[in-house]
Write a protein of this length. Sequence first.
Length: 156
Amino acid sequence: MGNLHFMSADQMSIGEMLAATVPMARTLKLEFLETTPEKAVVALPDQSEYHNHVGGPHAGAMFTLGESASGAIVLAAFGEQLARAVPLAVSAEIAYKKLAMGAVTATATLGRPAADVVAELDAGERPEFPVSIEIRRADDAVTGEMTVVWTLRPNG
């Protein structure tokens, strides 16, 4: 919350950074299980206040889960670029495959090599890149598939 001013990204985990800067992540009590430049895994605990009409996690809560997982991998992969560019989601697409019940987990992976994205930034461009997210139930069935296209918008 206010701590961000006193802590560098190195001293905070990416999950803590996102919880501090993105209120929706705190609201949904998202759990950042793994955040590396290769993979981000985020869990949405089962909470009745975020259920839909059939008792599973609401579509909007799952969208936020997937978007948060994509944000976590973007921060993990491009954290050192934050001094010169701001990451922004450009577009998002989600497909709900199976009924989700109980806790669900989103796993995000980069759709382009990070080095290619940084090379475009170095060349003065505004790179765009997709992040793919799978949302799974506790039984490992894929309940949702999502793609979020991100950009790194150069500062100034």
